[in-house]
Structures are given as structure tokens and as C-alpha cells.
Design a protein around this ligand. Structure first.
Ligand SMILES: Nc1ncnc2c1ncn2[C@@H]1O[C@H](COP(=O)(O)OP(=O)(O)OP(=O)(O)O)[C@@H](O)[C@H]1O
Length: 604
């Protein structure tokens, strides 16, 4: 049973307690407010509720609180489902999901979600204001959305109503998904009709495949400035999703297969999982735009976010409830977009050469007439030429100084959270936290799984002083000696080295080409023969060389402003008739968070 504190249910079971201050501000939202927070301002509202920026009275942390619409907080079936989803949401930490803190219910009606406040703008606003993002930024957004979906799907959580308004883009160009599991089953198609997969229109419950469809429809809109299908009524839109050919010829040639795969009419014909799709996205992006595509795409989207933030913020939408779907009266392409066009000195007359497409959303932000945007500063984002992947000159002293700077930055806040995945070959996924000790080996706690039959189920693992412990029925046991758990020991070792900071610094130090490709992004290449000599990392890269036949790896690493890694992507691509490739991708977050990973007591 949820513990009740001060009349507030702690349904996430996190046991978080707050000291609730009296007399907190109750402006912005009338009636019940979540105790312990002071509201700052309203951020906006939609069909599912009203969102306010608030400050935790104890920690002074800024949060976003979504007060659920009466339609939801009065629906007991929805509430009991969402309570279960909330427990899982509270356990996920992923750089592409907005952190979920609490689901709070008032004793006499009223419910709210307390979540991380994202200092950024929604992708809806970015596309409204700037038009198509250019292919690299669109790919980077799709990649982020798929990473977030993969993390949610791994916990059996489906987004259900994914659309650009539910992708918040932060100042680092990171797309973060919000509003997971908020659409009551059966209403998913109406929650985001423009992005709703054909099966949702037939009343099939939302699943990973419908999330992949929505992610691809968003990708399409980033590329072209308008969604793939439109219709004058719900039934016309449903028919288009079910029957109309995918208008793939509007997107750049190298990206068409991705669009066709993700928007396949039958769920079984779409990529098998978000993680699989991510692998295909990576392959297509590298082939078309070179290994630095992600860094370039991210820097492009970061620029678009900045430009959008500089525009006057649209007044928060009011009214909560979404109007029942009806053919919308012709509207302009959105307030923000209009302002952007005026700022850019572009005058749009009528339907931009007849290219206007009427799209039907369920109201609110997604209910808009999209106009094929004329070239604007933002749409002229043709990719810069791919950087050379081959070895080039490197200044070893500069590379070593950079590596030292990273080590020093990490040593100041030596703990955090990470998520890791390997794609290509046998997939591996892991996420958790780590603590780096100067004099001892680092400790990791993670949920880890792989593709082999013996490691497919996620296991909870700890690595302390080079011993791996696995959790089984609430008991931690050392795993080394047991042949049945050897697979997990190998996975943990792989993850530990792949996502280690020493992997980052070794790649920098041994690079044969290294260049700065963004404000805090570097791209380089290292021959695998060199990495095979590196302490600890040797076996990892020997395996990569064996599996791919590659001679070298290329990498892209991005740092935060304190020079701690935010993410690193290492790619090995073999050559020949059937080249095999692998991607090792670690994202880091929450540097400096308090992490304690002791050796389990009594576990030997
Ligand atoms: N965690 C957050 N951090 C920052 N801004 C947020 C956050 N969650 C929502 N917002 C912003 O608050 C506003 C209202 O969000 P809301 O989710 O109600 O809108 P919506 O997605 O259009 O509608 P709905 O999902 O309810 O149909 C939007 O501008 C959204 O970008």
C-alpha cells in the first residue's frame, strides 16, 4: 500500500519525505496544490492537464508539476493503471527521458506528476518556429527519441501518445520524452492523431511498435516540416494512416528506407525494437553523413533551440480539455513560426505555392495547418561535409592534455549515472550508477542484459573491487564461480570497461586523428592494434576487432561544461563484401550525485 505522508500518497514507493512549508504560494493553479513546492509560473496546459514550474521548498530544486485534468484524475481505472506505471517510471533514469519524481494524489480528488523541469523547448515549438531542422538534426532527434523509448520499453512502459509536443529539447540538444503512459488505453489515436499508427485506429492497445511509428512520423516532420499524413477529419486521417502510401520521396534519399521501415502499416513489418531501429539509424547516418553526424546534428539542434528560445514565448495554451476532433479552420503555421518568418524577413503569401497541407490533430499544439516552409535560416541546414574518418594529424601533447583535463574534472565529482548499449553483433544493454575511487577500482551497480539465451533477462549486478555480485530473490551473491552466471559476469566486465572513464581518456590519448567538432565535442580515430595494448581495455577491443574485422575505431565524445563526459560513441566498421560493424554507446548523467555501492553484506 502506498505510504501516506501529510495526506499525500507516495505511490512510487520511493519513500521520499519532504518538510512541507506552510503558506506556500498557491497562485497559478486553483484549488489543491502539491505540498512542499512553491509555484513559480505556469508553463502551459493541454488535454492531460496543466503544467507549472515550481521549486522544492527544501532543496530549492526546480521541478515541473503536471496537475492532471479532471477527466484523468476522476477516472479510477486510469489512476490505478497510472499508479503502477508511476512505480516503474520512478525507477528509470535515462538521458532521453524526463526524470519522473513522484505521482501525488490529494486525499479528496486531484492528482499531479512531479518531474524534472527541462530548461528547453518542445520539438513542437522548434519545428513551428524554424521549419524543417535539416537531416542531421532530425537524425539526432530520432536517435534520442529511440534511446528514450528503448529505456521505457525495457521496463514494459509504452509512451502511447508520442508527438513533437512530448519531446522536450534541452540546451544541449538532447531530446527528452515526457508524458509517458498518460494516454488512457483506447484514446491513444485521439491523443496524437497525426502520429498515431494504423493499429491504434483499430482500437489495438499502444505498444512498442506504435511508439516506433510515432517516432518515425516525428522524424518525417523534422525532415520536411510537416507530418507524413493529413486529413480533414479523424476518419480521413485514419484512412491515410491505414492506406496511403508513405510519401517517402519528400525526404533525402539515404533516409527513405528508415522512413519506410518505421512507418510500415503493419506493426510486424516495423523494426523489431527501438534499439534495433537505432542500429539502423546509426548505419544510415554514418553511411550518408560520416561518423560525426551525431555531433553535427546535435550542434544544429542546439542552435535551433537557442533561436527558438530567443523568440517571444507563445502565451500558455489554456483550457485543459482538448476539443473533440473536427476539421480545423485554416490557421497559419503557428505563432512561433510566423514570428520566425517575420524575423527572417520572409513573407509567406497564401499557401506557399499551393504546398499547404491540412493536418488534423486532436486540438492544441498538434492541430495545425502545416505549410511547406520556404527556405529560412534554419532550413538551409544542409549537412556540412562529412569529416574524414581516416587517420589524420594529431597533436599528442594536446590530446594528452585534454585527457588529463577530463580526469581532473571527473575526480572532482567522481560518481554518477550511466546507460550503455552495444548494437551490431549481439546487443548488450545496461544502465545504473557508478562510483570512481582514485586508489581503487570503480564500483558499478547496474541492470544488465544481453542477447544470449543465458543473459537475456535483465539482471541486477554490482561490481565492487573487481568482484561481480548478482541479485537473486533479494539476496546478493558473488557470481564468478557459478558457470550458470558466467555470461552475466562477462557482460558486467564488458559494460564496466566500455563505459569507463579510462575508455574515454585512453581513446583520446591513443588517437591518431582528433579534432574538435563542436563547443565540447571531439571526434577521433584509433587503430585497434593500439587499443589491444591498453591496460584493462585490451580484451574489450580485441573482441571488437574479432567481431567486426575492423582495423580501427572512430569515436565521438561530448563533454559537459566542466569537461565530464556526457556521451561517447565508439564505432568499429569492418570492410569487405559484408562489412560488420559495432557501436558502443555510453551516456553519462548526474555527475556528482551521491552514490553508494558497497560490497553486499554476507555475500562472501
Ligand atoms: N518537464 C517539463 N519541463 C519543462 N516544460 C515542460 C515540462 N512538461 C511540460 N512542459 C511544458 O508545459 C507546457 C504544457 O505541457 P502539456 O504536457 O500540458 O502540453 P501538451 O503536451 O501540449 O498537452 P497534453 O500532453 O496534455 O495533451 C508545454 O509548453 C510543455 O513544453
Amino acid at each position: 500500500m502506498p505510504e501516506r505522508t501529510d495526506g499525500v500518497a507516495d505511490v512510487t514507493g520511493t519513500g521520499r519525505k519532504r518538510t512541507y512549508s506552510k503558506g506556500m504560494a498557491r497562485q497559478v493553479v486553483d484549488g489543491w496544490t502539491v505540498p512542499g513546492f512553491t509555484h513559480v509560473r505556469e508553463l502551459g496546459s493541454g488535454a492531460s492537464g496543466r503544467v507549472v514550474l515550481a521549486v522544492d521548498d527544501v532543496t530549492q530544486t526546480k521541478v515541473a508539476i503536471k496537475y492532471l485534468d479532471r477527466r484523468l484524475d476522476g477516472d479510477e481505472a486510469f489512476l490505478s493503471r497510472f499508479r503502477l506505471a508511476a512505480r516503474r517510471l520512478a525507477q528509470i533514469e535515462d538521458p532521453n527521458l524526463v526524470d519522473f519524481y513522484d505521482f501525488v494524489e490529494a486525499p479528496h480528488g486531484g492528482a499531479a506528476i512531479v518531474m524534472e523541469w527541462v530548461d528547453g523547448v518542445s520539438l513542437r515549438r522548434v519545428v513551428d518556429a524554424q521549419g524543417p531542422t535539416g537531416p542531421l538534426a532530425a537524425l539526432s532527434m530520432l536517435g534520442g527519441v529511440l534511446v528514450g523509448l528503448a529505456a521505457a520499453h525495457a521496463k514494459d512502459l509504452v509512451h502511447g501518445s508520442l508527438r513533437p509536443a512530448n519531446v522536450l529539447v534541452d540546451g544541449d540538444g538532447n531530446g527528452r520524452l515526457v508524458d509517458l503512459a498518460l494516454a488512457p488505453p483506447g484514446t491513444e489515436a485521439q491523443s496524437g492523431p497525426v502520429y498515431a499508427a494504423p493499429e491504434l485506429w483499430d482500437g489495438v492497445a499502444a505498444g512498442p511498435a506504435s511508439d516506433i511509428y510515432a517516432a518515425t512520423a516525428i522524424f518525417y516532420e523534422c525532415l520536411t516540416g510537416h507530418p507524413p499524413f493529413s486529413g480533414r477529419s479523424q476518419s480521413a486521417l485514419a484512412k491515410a494512416h491505414r492506406e496511403a502510401p508513405v510519401p517517402a520521396d519528400e525526404v533525402p534519399g539515404p533516409l527513405r528506407d528508415l522512413i519506410l521501415a518505421g512507418l510500415a502499416k503493419k506493426p510486424s513489418e516495423r523494426p523489431a525494437s527501438a534499439a534495433d531501429f537505432l542500429g539502423a539509424v546509426e548505419e544510415a547516418a554514418v553511411a550518408a553523413y560520416g561518423p560525426a553526424w551525431e555531433a553535427q546534428g546535435r550542434s544544429r539542434i542546439t542552435e535551433l533551440v537557442k533561436q527558438t528560445q530567443a523568440l517571444p514565448e507563445p502565451a500558455p495554451a489554456r483550457g485543459g480539455g482538448r476539443a473533440p476532433a473536427k476539421a480545423p479552420a485554416a490557421k497559419s503555421g503557428g505563432r512561433g513560426r510566423l514570428v520566425a518568418l517575420l524575423v527572417a524577413g520572409v513573407v509567406v503569401v497564401g499557401g506557399a505555392g499551393g504546398a499547404a497541407a491540412l493536418t488534423l490533430g486532436g486540438g492544441g499544439d498538434d492541430d495545425k495547418k502545416t505549410v511547406q516552409p520556404p527556405p529560412s535560416p534554419a532550413t538551409s541546414g544542409t549537412p556540412s561535409p562529412a569529416l574524414p574518418a581516416g587517420p589524420g594529424p594529431v597533436n599528442p601533447a594536446a590530446a594528452a592534455a585534454l585527457a588529463t583535463q577530463v580526469e581532473q574534472a571527473v575526480a572532482r565529482t567522481p560518481s554518477g549515472a550511466f546507460s550503455y548499449r552495444r548494437t551490431g553483433g549481439a546487443a548488450i544493454k545496461a544502465q545504473g550508477s557508478f562510483a570512481l575511487a582514485a586508489a581503487a577500482s570503480p564500483s558499478y551497480q547496474m541492470s544488465v542484459s544481453g542477447q544470449g539465451a543465458d543473459v537475456r533477462r535483465p539482471a541486477q549486478a554490482r561490481l565492487v573491487a573487481d568482484t561481480t555480485y548478482l541479485r537473486s530473490r533479494n539476496t546478493w551473491r558473488p557470481a564468478g564461480a557459478n558457470p550458470r552466471t558466467r555470461g552475466y559476469v562477462n557482460l558486467v566486465s564488458h559494460v564496466r570497461w566500455s563505459s569507463s572513464v579510462s575508455n574515454v581518456t585512453t581513446l583520446l590519448r591513443t588517437s591518431t586523428s582528433l579534432r574538435k567538432t563542436g563547443a565540447s565535442t571531439y571526434q577521433g580515430a584509433v587503430p585497434l592494434a593500439r587499443l589491444a595494448q591498453a591496460p584493462g581495455l585490451g580484451p574489450l577491443y580485441a573482441e571488437v576487432a574479432r567481431a567486426t574485422g575492423a582495423q580501427q575505431v572512430t569515436f565521438v565524445v561530448q563533454f559537459d561544461s566542466a569537461m565530464r563526459p556526457l556521451q561517447i560513441r565508439v564505432r568499429a566498421a569492418g570492410s569487405g563484401a559484408k562489412p560488420r560493424s559495432q557501436l558502443l554507446h555510453t551516456s553519462y548523467s548526474r555527475w556528482g550525485q551521491k552514490v553508494s555501492i558497497p560490497a553486499p553484506r554476507g555475500a562472501g
